[in-house]
Design a protein around this ligand. Sequence first.
Ligand code: 1CP
Length: 345
Amino acid sequence: MSAKPILKVLSGEGVWPPPAWLMRQAGRHLPEYRATRAQAGNFMSLCLNPELAAEVTLQPVRRYGVDAAILFSDILIVPWAMGQGLTFAEGEGPRLPPIRDRAGLEALDVAGAAAKAAPIMETVRRVRAALEAEHPTTTLIGFSGGLWTVACYMIEGKGGGEFKQARRLLHQDPAFFGEILAKLEAATLAYLLAQAEAGAEVLMIFDSWAGQLPPSAFRKWVIEPTARLRAALKAARPDIPVIGFPRLAGPMLVEYAASTGVQAVAMDTAMDPVWAAAHIPASLALQGNLDPEALLAGGEALQREAQGILAAMKGRPFIFNLGHGVEQPTPPEHVSALMRLLRTA
Ligand code: 1CP
């Protein structure tokens, strides 16, 4: 049996107080992150610099003693590795040349993606070695985007909106949409397996825009591809648990949990943890779901919201987290206060 609390929870064991980590724990709320990012230049050069990316991955582990390190990278590295252009304009989020026709689809190079993603795997190796040496109970989480969510950016060319082009395309030309997803699926599977080979102990699938879809499309473009990905991962690496995050799935979370084969589902901020505890079988772990704004606010709001989640999750396998990423203006002392509260839960 593993001595790592997160691996225990993901094997179905209840651990209390629950282990904890935070989405976007490595990022702009940390002064040490801002310093390292300035050294790297821009966000992409930070992601592709194994020394600096490993450093920022480890920063929240050192500062807060969180139970997981999540690889510092981005879900859009996979389309980038397939040859789709990707830039992060300061303060504007990602920009990609949108795929709207066959030429865009055919330009995607699945076979070449592994070589381009090689620096990310070097980051994984470095982080894992550092954890084994200095933080032996901390789990290394690798990740990818969910296929639907990454396709949203590939088709739309940017974030920030409602992904209407992507949503239109899947209804208007499901065959073409399916071809984009098939290439993305092959590249994503190889990318996740490479992370596992390099030392990731858990894989998380971020389907941040799952909640944009009606139930029929949710089944076809979120549940089915996630189940295929999960089955293929399991065939190659039965030892690696998977956390699924179909953000804003609402009641579709139940079907997602039952049909994808993941070991844990991550609850978004809007999910009622009491409802989730009643509807998701206790054989699966839950993760989440403190409002990042309550963490930013701190004080009474933080204590109250965190206690409510703990009360709902007590007695089942659970990993404490946020319902979405840490907000940039969050004072690091609030994160430290949250960790103190959790350690004495
Ligand atoms: O300038 C900067 O520092 C860039 C900000 C940033 C960071 C810190 C981006 C751009 N990506 C990341 C890192 C990142 N992204 C991680 C690292 C590990 C950690 O959690 O600490 C992870 C897991 C992601 C995943 C990611 N990227 C998601 C899924 C999770 C979520 O937040 O919903 C999504 C949707 C993205 C796309 C993306 N990348 C970056 C931005 C600003 C966005 C969102 C764009 C939009 O609003 O649509």
